[in-house]
Design a protein around this ligand. Structure first.
Ligand SMILES: [Zn+2]
Length: 449
């Protein structure tokens, strides 16, 4: 070995030692935690509980309110274990929120809850649900509903309206009979389209595609201007693939002309027509500056297609340069494909929320999701509940509680592990918690922070 090389090796070794020392002193991640993870968790959780929440997605409402969604659960559907109404955690939720005096949901006991909810509904006013938000420290909640009721305070609950009904103007006999689930979903879309027609004073179907597009654009503009809509929502994954092609207008025009007055379009014709209408809806969302929400996870019902509903089907739309001014939100974070959804938020105008996951996953399972997501694009992920009334007794209140509890504990646990593994400082962890629980959403919807 020549002398010069030996000298530089010595210098290099010294430099490595200095770097290693510095690394140990200030931030070097390790595969195993050191220090007290439980204590760090408790410290973080206490601070996380004080952060007001911005709920990006929920269906707030009383148990007998069918407007909480534009669709409904099919009868006898297989329900995920944690959201079955005999989950004892719902009892804990009812006790915490409403002082429920019983320890189970036996019908004679559950009646106590149903009566309480009926009394609140009969009393009118917006106080009841405002108080639920206050108890859970939820500042703002996006209410994804068919229409808004008078009992939700529009200062706290902002409306996200459905646009899927515009996909179904023709004879839907074939689609309705394809699965038992579609037998429930499609007639409800027809009903929703009928309500929009009534609001816009449209009788039958407009004479040509231009007229139909005008009806669709007016509905969206009026939902925003007159009814306070802040975003649009697609639950398209329930009905069809999330892969949307880009057919020429003339093709859609010909299909419209052929079936406007009757006749059953083939599956292919209907799909192409919907693909075109999808583009019109996105275009109008851009003009009105309305964020676009997609149901992007597995859905309810026994016939939901995981393959068609896979969030990756949206990639061509999300990465389309023509839509770079449209803000897209992947509701439920693509679950179970949450890593794919997380990576799609690399696109500047794409966001995700973790609603629904926060209800169906237990804290230890959801912790793993958050631990992964928060180290991908923490400035693009948002908290959500997907709170939903299950029946007359079990309203949206209890699912708000379950989702907020799960999120706070899972987040504190994920961050505590990352802190104790040397990936984040405690200060940085809390900064990321603020972004996820509140600030990212407040910024996206243009609110003061
Ligand atoms: Zn939902």
């Amino acid at each position: 070995m020549n002398r010069k090389l030996a000298m530089s090796l010595v210098a290099m070794m010294a430099a490595i030692q200095v770097l290693a020392g510095a690394g140990a002193a200030r931030g070097q991640s390790r595969p195993f935690p050191t220090g007290d993870v439980q204590k760090t968790y408790e410290r973080l959780l206490a601070k996380i509980e004080k952060i007001p929440l911005y709920d990006n997605h929920a269906h707030p409402g009383f148990g007998d309110d069918t407007d909480v969604d534009a669709m409904a659960a099919p009868p006898d559907e297989s329900s995920l274990y944690r959201v079955r109404d005999d989950n004892p955690e719902f009892v804990t939720a009812a006790k915490a929120l409403l002082n429920y005096p019983y320890d189970d949901f036996k019908p004679e006991h559950a009646k106590w809850l149903a009566d309480k909810s009926k009394a609140a509904e009969a009393a009118g006013g917006t106080k009841y649900f405002d108080e639920i938000l206050d108890k859970l420290n939820i500042e703002t909640c996006l209410a994804n509903r068919a229409m808004m009721p008078a009992y939700l305070d529009t200062k706290r609950f902002h409306w996200v309206f459905f646009v899927d009904s515009f996909f179904f103007p023709f004879d839907n006999t074939e689609r309705t009979s394809s699965t038992p689930d579609m037998g429930v979903y499609v007639p409800l879309q027809e009903k929703m389209l009928g309500r929009y027609k009534k609001l816009e004073n449209v009788h039958g179907l407009p004479a040509d595609l231009a007229g139909y597009e005008d009806f669709l654009r007016r509905t969206m503009a009026d939902n925003q201007k007159l009814r306070g809509g802040v975003a649009i929502k697609f639950e398209a994954a329930y009905f069809r693939t999330l892969y949307f092609t880009d057919p020429p207008r003339a093709t859609a025009e010909a299909i419209y002309a052929k079936y406007r007055a009757g006749g059953v379009p083939s599956q292919e014709e209907y799909r192409v027509f919907q693909d075109y209408i999808f583009r019109v809806l996105i275009d109008q969302a851009e003009k009105l500056n309305l964020p676009v929400h997609f149901h992007s996870a597995v859905g309810i019902g026994d016939y939901f297609s995981l393959r068609q509903g896979n969030v990756l089907n949206l990639e061509n739309v999300l990465r389309d340069q023509r839509y770079k001014k449209v803000n897209f939100v992947l509701l439920h974070g693509g679950w179970p494909y949450y890593k794919e959804a997380g990576l799609l938020t690399a696109v500047k105008n794409v966001y995700l929320d973790t609603s629904f996951q926060s209800e169906v996953l237990y804290p230890s399972q959801f912790k793993e999701v958050l631990k992964q997501l928060i180290t991908l694009f923490p400035d693009k992920m948002m908290f959500g509940t997907d709170a939903f009334p299950f029946n007359d007794a079990l309203g949206a209140e209890e699912s708000f509680w379950i989702a907020t509890y799960t999120t706070r504990t899972a987040l504190a646990a994920a961050l505590a592990e990352l802190v104790c593994e040397g990936a984040l400082s405690e200060e940085k962890a809390l900064e990321l918690a603020h972004l996820y629980l509140h600030d990212n959403a407040a910024k996206l919807y243009g609110e003061k922070q």
